[in-house]
Design a protein around this ligand. Structure first.
Ligand code: 3H9
Length: 679
């Protein structure tokens, strides 16, 4: 039985038990509808409590039912019946009341929650809006401004804040929710009229919608759902409840069927699928990790260390020279100070984290660490030297990880006497912020070591994806053809700003040349201005090193605002002429096809070689590591949506321009031929 009812005095307690998250699937909706009828029919019942067993109150509609014919009762109708109940209903909230879960609570007459509970309407993240009255009820309870934050922002709020804004009526004692909810129900059993949310008025300050749009324009750019959310909240303010519901219904119908929402729902499940390693038994023993060593105190090493410090794991950080070590430690301290300033953590939390960092110049100090992550210069000889040293000092059973972003993890492992303990943990910069972690499984990496890395990733709030050993793993390997083509396109006549514009219009936060200028064109430059073997070298030779020197592919003003640079364009044209490359007018379509279809093609190769477990893992890498717009679902989902035949046709059209080594992935070609998709 998913929904059960029990009586405590004159209170009917309705309990849901639908693990793992009490999603409001068909059986739950049906059970709740029957319970409401039961309460109405039984004269001995004076009030009702709805609560959930397990780890959480209803975490929303069952997303797996989306896109299929929905069985009655539908959630909106069930909630209307709930709110219309002649007997008061109390929602007793623990865990996360999200989406349809919070909408259920809003349809109840009273809400009580434990202090650790969180409440939110995250539907916008799935490309939809709250479609069971949430856009109409929440503004009536908390006002338009707070509703905009919660519905368009999608982030949940804690129970204490919920009490402050009037979303809940009272706080319960942690661990005593069931009893206190019943006591609350008994207390209000005879209070009339019943406080029905739909009968309240939604308060809106003048200009609140315009101000919200202006403040959030950047975050909302490209997404369809946020504007629909705003329209629905406006309807809550301007229209009677029933008419507002009609507006909400119309909007959710369109959004659920949209490509954007399908893509965002795909990413929701893809993120969870990525955590699962095929063939790895669920009971694989984990290696306890209570201390970490990090080699290299640069930007990367410091960022990696912060992940562990922030969850209370001590880190020993190693550098070659005192000065570099001091600089690295100071940067970590500064980053924590910034976190305090921005309100992301308290001073006490920051102090605790910084105190767990132990700087050292000696490899011997890494001997006790359970996990050691190397983040030194990206060079095979240097990495091998580090791992040979580690093999000598690390204790038996310690995990040895390389943060390499390209190199052969098996070759690195081979210099140790324990390759089964070696794997790649490829963090993305800034490593304390970026969500993605590529976990690179070497040929000999043991199951326990892999499972431990995946579990640890979850603890440090990363989204981990397993990759096989190949040059650049999943992400950087697919980035390469994109970068190569972008570089080639500007030689053939496209302006850097035109190429970047195509990327920005597509939904990327930055184009490849903006990114190059930001990172610095002199990374890896030999510093000899007479040697001009690439466009970057030609630009560096003219002192154009990127943003930091005020010029690169673009010119920059003192506020670092960029403008297309005729000087850079001339340098590029001269370089192209020196290589005998004729310049011509290049269309946006050609830019898209050459840069993005080749990227998808490389993704297909990653998949056919088994370097990624599943297409959706590739999508996760690109959404969380490379700024692929989530509403386009990652490159493989995007290719599925535009049609694999479209991709193959585009690649064939461009084939002559893609270089002598270019080949179409057989997997991509076969799937296109059969009309199949990757996901
Ligand atoms: C909605 O409500 C629409 C309505 O407004 C309108 C209707 C008309 N459905 O995340 P976890 C699965 S839209 C189905 O690893 P955690 C999840 O896939 C919904 N399945 O746990 C995973 O399965 P598996 C609005 C769901 O503790 C398992 O549960 N609500 C759903 O890290 C465990 O999940 C949301 O968007 C679902 N709604 O986090 C909330 N939710 O084990 C979405 C989870 O097979 N959910 N699953 O991989 C979450 O944010 C997190 O799951 C939560 C728990 C915070 C609840």
């Amino acid at each position: 039985m998913i929904i059960t009812t029990e009586r405590t005095g004159d209170v009917l307690v309705v309990v849901s038990n639908n693990p793992p998250v009490n999603a409001l699937g068909h059986a739950v909706r049906l059970g709740l509808a029957k319970a409401i009828e039961e309460a109405a029919a039984d004269p001995a019942v004076k009030a009702v409590v709805i609560r959930c067993d397990g780890r959480t109150f209803f975490a929303g509609a069952d997303i797996t039912e989306f896109g299929k014919p929905m069985q009655d009762p539908q959630l909106p109708e069930m909630l209307e019946a709930l709110e219309a109940s002649g007997k008061p209903v109390v929602a007793a909230i623990h865990g996360t009341a999200l989406g349809g879960g919070l909408e259920t609570a809003l349809a109840c007459h009273y809400r009580i929650a434990v202090p650790s509970a969180k409440m939110g309407l995250p539907e916008v993240k799935l490309g939809i809006l709250p479609g069971a009255g949430g856009t109409q009820r929440l503004p009536r309870v908390v006002g338009a401004a707070a509703a905009l934050e919660m519905i368009v922002g999608g982030a949940p709020i804690g129970a204490k804040k919920a009490l402050d804004v009037g979303l809940i009526d009272r706080l319960a004692t942690e661990g005593n929710l069931a009893a206190e909810a019943i006591a609350f129900a008994q207390e209000i059993a005879d209070v009339r009229p019943l406080p029905r949310t739909s009968e309240k008025t939604a308060v809106a300050e003048p200009g609140v919608f315009e101000a919200f749009r202006a403040a959030n324009a950047r975050k909302m750019k490209g997404f369809e759902a946020p504007e629909a959310c705003i329209t629905a909240i406006k309807a809550a303010v301007e229209l009677p409840f029933a008419e507002g519901l009609e507006v909400e219904r119309g909007l959710i119908k369109t959004l659920v069927a949209s490509d954007q929402s399908k893509a965002q729902r795909h990413i929701f499940f893809a993120e969870r699928a990525a955590a699962k390693v095929d063939g790895l038994p669920a009971d694989t023993p984990l290696i306890p990790v209570q201390s970490v060593g990090v080699i290299g105190a640069g930007t990367m090493g410091g960022g990696i260390a912060m992940n562990f410090l922030s969850i209370g794991i001590p880190v020993t950080i190693l550098e070659m020279k005192q000065e570099a070590l001091d600089r690295g430690v100071a940067t970590v301290a500064k980053n924590y100070a910034n976190n305090v300033k921005s309100g992301r953590m308290t001073q006490e939390q920051a102090d605790k984290a910084v105190a767990l960092l132990k700087p050292t110049l000696s490899y011997d100090d890494l001997g006790a660490a359970d996990l050691i992550i190397e983040a030194v210069f990206e060079n095979m000889d240097v990495k091998k030297e580090v791992f040979a040293k580690l093999d000598k000092v690390a204790k038996a059973g310690a995990i040895l990880a390389s943060n390499t972003s390209y190199l052969d993890v098996d070759e690195i492992a081979a210099v140790t006497s324990r390759p089964e303990y070696v794997l790649g943990m490829h963090f993305f910069s800034p490593a304390n912020v970026m969500k993605l972690l590529e976990v690179v499984r070497g040929a000999k990496t043991s199951d326990s070591v892999l499972a431990t890395a995946m579990s640890l990733a979850k603890s440090i709030k990363k989204i981990a994806v397993v990759a096989g050993v190949c040059y650049g793993f999943i992400g950087n390997r697919m980035l390469k053809p994109r970068q190569d083509q972008a570089g080639q396109l500007i030689l053939e006549g496209a302006k850097p700003s035109d190429v970047d514009r195509v990327f920005l219009d597509f939904g990327f936060p930055m184009g490849p040349f903006q990114l190059a200028d930001l990172a610095g064109l002199d990374i890896g430059w030999h510093r000899d201005p007479t040697r001009r073997e690439t466009v970057r070298e030609a630009l560096c030779a003219e002192g154009r090193l990127g943003q930091k020197s005020g010029s690169g592919f673009y010119d920059y003003d003192e506020k670092r605002q960029r403008t297309p640079s005729p000087v850079a364009e001339k340098i590029i044209a001269e370089y192209a002429a020196s290589k005998g490359i004729a310049q011509r007018v290049i269309s946006d379509d050609e830019v898209r096809e050459r840069c993005l279809y080749t990227l998808v093609n490389e993704g297909a190769k990653v998949l056919e070689e088994g370097k990624a477990q599943r297409a959706s893992d590739i999508d996760v890498v690109w959404v969380f590591g490379y700024g692929w717009p989530v509403y386009l679902g990652g490159p493989m989902k995007w290719a599925d949506q535009i049609g694999l035949k479209t991709v193959v046709d585009g690649l064939k059209r461009q084939a002559d321009r893609l270089g002598p080594d270019f080949t179409i992935s057989p997997l991509l070609a076969a799937k296109a031929e059969k009309g199949e998709t990757f996901n």
